[in-house]
Ligand binder design. Structure first.
Ligand code: PMP
Length: 404
């Protein structure tokens, strides 16, 4: 069979299950409004939770950084790609996480995917057992597959199952690996319970706070601040392309852990450092996260979450035959579980016709039968924006119920 025939058959199978994905091209705009095919859409799909990507101060800082440092970094960090801007970002983050991680040091990466790959492959050697949460992000799953460590998966937020698995482990080193905010459900990992188990069983806790950094905690430090955690066993990954409004990621951990990553993480060592202009602009982003704009947008997010959840619950009550449901989320990720792939895509299309961009999420990203609209809020949405979404969903629900 030729490769093209083989791939065409696989593509046809995806299409038959309503699982084909499509790239959509935005003309311009940033969250929460974007033009697509010449039409302005109100977005409930960006992870730019604080709306910082649209901040003029960030654009100015990018331009200033580009004038000072040029376009790209030109080399991997250990060769010549590491600039004073990279160092300042790492120093700021080390200071931010010092209250949570004794002897904290931070190290930057180009993406969160790469940061997760670095931590899990470098630390997950043949002496290690990785305890991986069932709903972990794909990058953590891929990283665990690549690591030399034994991998044991534990069921979603199930501390008892994890305890049993830890108690049975004979590995020299134990690494518990979890998302802090689950990206497709929006619920929080039971981090205090996970850390208590790490202490009890001499394990280390890798926390991927991609969706908590900038959002959770009084000053936006994320899940560690939200739960008030402190331990040298915490190994934190944060991303900078979401609430920070730019790009990149970091690992914050005990200095010995970070020093080892610098020596051993192959995807860090053998990959070009991020553009210094981005690092320069991240300093502006951090000031915004830390300042009154960050505090105001975090407070707005909480108010909008409540408004959206109340509205969605009322909608579900009005249309019980559709079988829609919510998750146990107290974050800006508020999914509406619809069930079928074709149904969720029809719903997303109906919303788009009404001027709203909300993505339908299907397997394998979520379990079969659990396709959903992944509604995400932005700190620059207004209450009227949320009401617009609820009204459009109400019309779409009535139409789907009639058609059923
Ligand atoms: N972890 C989680 C939980 C994520 O949701 C994502 C991105 N969607 C990543 C890691 C990867 O981060 P990045 O997009 O910076 O590669």
């Amino acid at each position: 069979m030729s490769l093209l025939d083989h791939l065409s058959a696989k593509l046809a199978a995806l299409s038959a299950q309503s699982l084909t994905r499509q790239l959509r091209t935005a003309d311009d705009g940033t969250a929460p409004r974007q033009r697509v095919n010449g039409r302005e859409l109100l977005m409930f799909c960006s992870n730019d939770y604080l709306g910082l990507a649209a901040e003029p101060a960030i654009a100015d800082a990018l331009a200033e950084g580009a004038h000072r440092w040029g376009g790209g970094s030109g080399a991997s960090p250990l060769v010549s790609g590491h600039s004073a801007a990279h160092e300042a970002v790492a120093d700021t983050l080390a200071g931010w996480f010092a209250p949570h991680i004794p002897q904290a040091r931070a190290l930057g990466f180009c993406t969160g995917y790469m940061a997760n790959l670095a931590v899990v492959t470098a630390l997950g050697d043949e002496h290690t057992e990785i305890f991986s949460e069932q709903l972990n992000h794909a990058s953590l799953i891929d990283a665990a597959r690549l690591a030399k460590a034994k991998v044991t998966r534990f069921p979603h937020v199930d501390l008892d199952a994890l305890r049993t698995a830890l108690a049975a482990s004979t590995a020299k080193v134990r690494l518990i690996v979890t998302d802090a905010v689950f990206s497709m459900d929006g619920d929080l990992a039971p981090l205090p319970g996970l850390l208590a188990l790490a202490e009890e069983f001499d394990a280390w806790l890798v926390v991927d706070d991609a969706h908590g950094f900038g959002v959770l905690g009084a000053t936006g430090r994320g899940a560690l601040e939200h739960f008030g955690l402190r331990s040298e066993r915490l190994i934190l990954v944060g991303t900078l392309g979401k609430a920070a409004g730019l790009a990149g990621a970091f690992v914050a951990a005990h200095t010995t852990v970070v020093e080892y990553l610098l020596q051993a993480a192959r995807n860090f060592i053998f990959s070009t450092a991020s553009p210094p202009a981005i690092e320069h602009a991240l300093l502006t982003s951090f000031a915004l996260i830390d300042g009154p704009a960050g505090a105001q947008r975090r407070a707005n997010l909480v108010a909008l979450q409540v408004r959206l959840r109340d509205g969605l619950m009322a909608l579900i009550d009005r249309h019980p035959r559709l079988g829609w449901s919510l998750t146990d989320s107290s974050t800006p990720i508020q999914p509406l579980i619809v069930g079928g792939n074709a149904e969720v895509m029809a719903l997303a299309a109906a919303l788009e016709a009404a001027g709203l961009r909300v993505p339908g999420i299907r397997p394998p990203t979520v379990a079969a039968g659990k396709a959903r609209l992944r509604i995400t809020l932005c700190g620059t949405h207004t209450a009227a924006d949320v009401d617009t979404l609820l009204a459009a969903l109400g019309r779409a629900a009535a139409a789907q119920e009639q058609a059923a």
